[in-house]
Design a binder for this molecule. Sequence first.
Ligand code: NAD
Length: 477
Amino acid sequence: MPNFPLFIAGNERDGSAGRVIAVENPADETLIGNLAVAEVGDLDDALISSQLAFAAWRNRPAAERGAILRQCASAILSARDRIALAITADQGKPLDEARGEVDFAAEIFEWYASEGQRAYGRVIPGVSHSQRQLVLSEPLGPVVAMTPWNFPVATPSSKLAAGLAAGCSIILKAAETAPGGTLELVRVLHEAGLPQGLVNLVYGVPAEISAHLLASPIPRGLHFTGSTTIGRMLAKQASARLLRLTLELGGHAPVIVCEDADPVAVARLAAAVKFYNAGQVCTSPTRFYVHSRHHDAFVEELSKAAAAVKPGPGTDPNSTMGPVVHGGRLKAMEEFVADAVDNGAHILAGGTRLGNRGYFFAPTVLTEVPDSARIMRDEPFGPVVPVQRFDSVDTVIAKANSTDYGLAAYAFSASRELTELFARKLEAGMVAINGLRVGYSETPFGGIKQSGYGLENGAEGMQAFLVTKFVSENNSI
Ligand code: NAD
């Protein structure tokens, strides 16, 4: 049995052809197990069980579905350490961060346990008293969900909890790089009493899986989180069957630090948020624009904070930052830094790989980074911070909006007038003023421009899993 089996129709199993993919520990590059590769026959089983489970689940009263989701939330919390260890083993983040991710997943399930009872419809007055015009919210159907490796438990939870609350079943394709946390989550949901077939978990060769699942007449939607390149490709595939699409894609969040902000306090907060998950967060603060008056104080404090980070294996309680997830990300960091330096940037902290075993990259601060550097427009997705100085608010807003991405944006200022201006003018699906967090269970999360469309979390997150039906009664005309 591979260490990371498929989970189909309530049962764990090998891929039917016995193919496997090696799964690595990014902290020491050792092999920790093999993942089962789903074949066409396995995917067909997942599709059929998903269809059968949907037929039963959609008819359960929302309150009953909610009760099961609440059981799931409490089971996730009870299995906190077990799930966190599985996350850290193949994704690499420190155990404390992994535990925080598990807590967030439980919170999402708890929140949707109640929200599922608020899939309200409407009654529209008819032209006569006998006529009734009803607008009903109904579950969409079986949905394919695909997730990346950076939050292997929280991201699937947003999709599963909202989808299940709405009455849908989900075929989840987890990331092959870090399958352990997702597998443990799915096991726990079933231990908590989730009916079989409602959540099927597959992985293997991503292009083979998407080609087969998205061509099937069974799924009604695709809910994808990942890179813009793959999202765009899958959107094309999904269009052949006109699947309902939600695309949560890449980001390149600008951070504006104004003349009336406290540069030291912002630098400390920035370091805590930027190096969280080794910078591998879609909403991670990415390009820093700091007012000239504060630039030197800001970069000095940020460099101090970067040097104080303790990179190390996630299982070591002294580590405050884990490795990046694989060798490809490490190489990408080296290339981003080399390109920025070639373009005239200075390295104030870090800038290199740490050691020669495990994918550790030093928390890095780059200053005087020109717009021509690749890191100012391509998503770094790692622990590297480029900083630029600015003097004019109009110019900095134009720069903040200058990339193709539009996921998150941040601004720090004590002026009400300026913060209102930023809230209105920054082109992003989520804007945080005087803070660096945008993800909560109860608020909508999603991007615009090349960061995708559709939302997850909050009341909006359930809409991706609902269809509207109009029912006209006694309309004799
Ligand atoms: P990715 O696009 O490579 O992978 C995401 C998913 O797509 C995985 O399940 C992967 O196996 C699958 N996939 C990859 N290639 C495929 C193919 N050819 N056909 C079908 N499926 C394929 O992204 P990643 O490297 O795992 O994750 C990092 C990216 O995800 C970053 O761009 C990041 O910004 C983005 N992300 C976005 C959000 C958000 O909510 N907007 C959240 C987290 C991560």
